[in-house]
Design a protein around this ligand. Structure first.
Ligand SMILES: Nc1ncnc2c1ncn2[C@@H]1O[C@H](COP(=O)(O)OP(=O)(O)OP(=O)(O)O)[C@@H](O)[C@H]1O
Ligand SMILES: [Mg+2]
Length: 319
């Protein structure tokens, strides 16, 4: 096992002495830019799924239906959407993280009416041409997913159970028809047919004709839920359901090796044992094991009780 000198690991000592400390490389799953990935241009993180579960994904792909993925925390629900988008070459995954204030309307598009008023007044004062209304319209992740293109896009509607009770019903029509209107553009004079608007993709624009966006192929939609809310039958009927179980020991080993390299568990068998024992008693997520093995790989004395408790902490109950 490669052991880091203790001084290197103890970045923070709590003694108030100021030091310009260089942080060591982050775990592969906490690197945010392509440049920070090692080796340069490395493939996206690996995803391991059983054949039966992969076939449920395939059923959704063939039927052009959203895939509703449920399962305990950290079982790979959100990562599945990234894996499908990457493997099928569907471009950058569009993400709609749902919270209590999320609305289908905002996920379709947002119109900055105040910004337009301000800019239009400024332009008039300067004697310049008014900016196009499209400058103030930005399609959200759902709206962008419905833009017709050569390939369907992939959309992750993450943690839909955190949303408003009406959210699933509000989505029904969009899921059924794959179309939406932008009334601000529909109202424009007849001679303005095409308007260029922003999309959810960084710095991308798209042309909207007659204020209507109609998908040519239904996007690949992955919806995740932690089961905090029941969904209505009309919504469930339109989805294909995949319930991801907690991974068994063999799969855990494979996931750890896929993330941290072959042999990553050689010096961490005891941690895997501890993880399995603790998981038998209460909920633990796969990435907690990854975190523990990563720390051990860096030579940390993770067996020290306090540290192991901090990393493999129980996920349910009050904190
Ligand atoms: N089947 C898997 N294959 C590879 N990695 C996995 C798998 N399952 C989980 N992981 C790892 O665990 C981490 C957590 O997974 P993910 O965020 O997808 O879980 P989740 O089910 O969406 O959890 P939550 O309900 O908390 O959002 C991922 O970043 C990934 O590194
Ligand atoms: Mg998730």
């Amino acid at each position: 096992m490669s052991t880091q000198p203790e001084a290197d690991w103890r970045l923070f000592r709590g003694d108030g002495s100021q030091r310009a400390v260089a942080l060591p490389p982050a775990p592969p799953w906490r690197r945010f830019t392509p440049e920070s990935r090692e080796p340069a241009g490395a493939a996206p993180l690996p995803y391991l799924i059983s054949k039966e579960h992969a076939d449920v994904v395939n059923a959704a792909l063939h039927l052009r239906r959203p895939l509703l993925v449920t399962g305990p925390a950290g079982t790979g629900k959100s990562s599945l959407a990234y894996a499908v988008a990457a493997e099928l070459g569907l471009g950058e995954l569009l993400r709609w993280p749902v919270n209590s204030r999320s609305s289908v309307q905002d996920a379709l598009y947002q119109y900055d009416a105040i910004g337009r008023l301000r800019e239009t007044t400024l332009s008039r004062d300067r004697g310049e041409a008014e900016p196009s209304i499209g400058t103030f319209i930005r399609l959200g992740p759902l709206g962008t997913a419905l833009v017709p293109g050569p390939r369907p896009r992939a959309l992750l509607i993450d943690e839909m159970d955190k949303g408003d009770v009406d959210l699933p019903n509000d989505l029904l029509t969009v899921f059924e028809d794959g179309v939406f209107e932008i009334p601000e553009l529909v109202r424009l004079p007849e001679d303005i047919e095409d308007v260029e608007v922003h999309t959810a993709d960084h710095r991308e624009t798209v042309t909207v004709r007659h204020g209507q966006v109609q998908c040519s192929e239904f996007p690949v939609v992955v919806i995740t839920s932690n089961g905090e809310r029941d969904f209505p039958p009309a919504f469930l009927r339109r989805c294909i359901r995949l319930d991801l179980p907690v991974p068994d020991e063999d799969r855990l080993r494979a996931i750890v090796e896929a993330h941290l390299g072959p042999g990553a568990l050689d010096s961490a068998e005891e941690i895997l044992r501890q993880f399995l024992d603790r998981r038998a008693a209460h909920e633990l997520a796969t990435d907690q094991l990854l975190n523990a093995v990563f720390l051990r790989g860096g030579g940390v004395d993770i067996d020290a009780r306090g540290l192991l408790d901090a990393v493999l902490h129980q996920l349910t109950g009050t904190v």
